[in-house]
Design a protein around this ligand. Sequence first.
Ligand code: FAD
Length: 500
Amino acid sequence: MAEYDVVIIGAGIAGLVTGNYLIDSGKRVLIVEQIKYPGGCACTFGKQGYKFDGAVHWISQAGDGGIVRSILNEFGLDGDVRFDRLPAPPQVWLPDKKIKLSFGRESVVESLSGAFPDESKNLDAFWKEAEATLKQLWRLVKRRPSKMTPAGKLLFNLSFPLKFGKIAKYHKKKASEVIARYLSDESLRLVLQTMGIFQDISFVLYAWFNSVSLEGDAYYPAGGIRAVPDALANRFISRGGEIRYRCRAERIVFKDKKVSGMVANGEEISAGAVVSASDATKTFMNLVGEDKLPPEFVSDLKEWKVSEPFFYVYLGLNCNLRERGFDGSPIWYIPKDIDKKFPMLGGRALGIGMPSLLDGSLAPEGKSVLILGMAASCAFMDACPVRAESGANYRDDEHYKAVKERVGEYMIDIAEEAIPGLREDIDLKIFATPHTFERYTGNLHGASSGWSMAADRQHKLSVNTPAPGLYLAGHWTMNPGGVPAAFVSGKLAAEEILKG
Ligand SMILES: Cc1cc2nc3c(=O)[nH]c(=O)nc-3n(C[C@H](O)[C@H](O)[C@H](O)COP(=O)(O)OP(=O)(O)OC[C@H]3O[C@@H](n4cnc5c(N)ncnc54)[C@H](O)[C@@H]3O)c2cc1C
């Protein structure tokens, strides 16, 4: 008899959600996690009394009726994880303009029109289009084509352009093209582009990311981002589930062409099914092996691009940012000529998060946490001569150390343009590169959200895989990725396993 019914690789959000559903159905479940705490990208780490969210700044769909909130409620975690809405959507600052945005389409249009009065009418039309696209997207996600009968699916496909005209029109259209069609001011175009976070993002996903500004769909959990995975992990363990930390899955084992378990930290563990809630490419190429997979599946994996990774700077500050007039809303600062100073980076704006203003327990009394983030192009990673997966030594590579230092200091310089005097208040600084993200999460090239969201490169994998007995969960099975996607994918993976 198998030791476990199901072994899950990865205690990120997706692995933990899958585990909780399976444990509730009476399965014997083990989660193996390569690092020493849960959360994956949704982690929080501590140093010198500060608590830093490793990656995630806010969680969408965590308000009443949202997907994240609903799943947590299903698990009875209503009281365990308390979310507060962000005070305002991310603010956008230019060197000569601070655009103060608040929630709702009319407010967004009003604020942007205040900064760019000549574009007022066009702004109104642009945001109406984005909002209409978002509404269609919400209608679409409530439909589940995978649950339809073949006839129902055919009808759904035939009527799609009529019922979901904006999705059909904009799915493969870059947000930048739509922005350029509606608006002509170059600075305004850059501001709007920044609000979509990712370069070349499809306009449909742009609309999804802007549910934050349009609908106020952005929440922060009391205690920091890790409050969410901690609650899921504690519930899973309290119901008989097992999590082994610092335990790395090394190989998936097959018997008679079906998955029969895995090897983790050198030990063979037998299981009726394996769920990988970790990097998809590494799961298939390293843990399963090309020879066990259909060639066309392997060539897709090799060709598909991952989402842009990020550079981060975590700062502990000897000051209370509230006394300087900040309220905890994130800020996008768009400096002049960012792409000329560091062309290989690819990011055009610096994200500035101030989580200790959302939860005072994240910093010692009178101090603050500030987190800076800047997207890096995947080309930057290709150009970096050391690879995170080549082993721990990459961190000693002189070129890598120099790049890390230069980019980190550069990001602080930019932040100081936005917040004068910042450097004087720095008490602690920690730099993270895309390699750091890859080391801590396992995600290829430090990918932030699964597959690329570029208009012409959107892909996702199915929860069911070509290897019988192996399932996937996590941001590689949804597009866009993100915490809500990880929640939904965990639910879908558990449903598929329970179907048998
Ligand atoms: C910089 C950054 C900023 C982000 N900001 C936001 C945001 O503000 N809001 C938002 O919603 N989303 C954000 N995201 C995206 C979001 O965090 C992820 O899409 C989501 O958390 C993915 O969850 P997951 O469970 O699918 O995978 P992950 O969080 O990647 O978890 C995978 C887990 O598997 C483990 N693992 C990997 N390989 C192995 C192995 N061989 N053996 C054992 N364990 C293994 C890893 O250690 C990790 O714990 C951000 C991501 C990044 C990187």
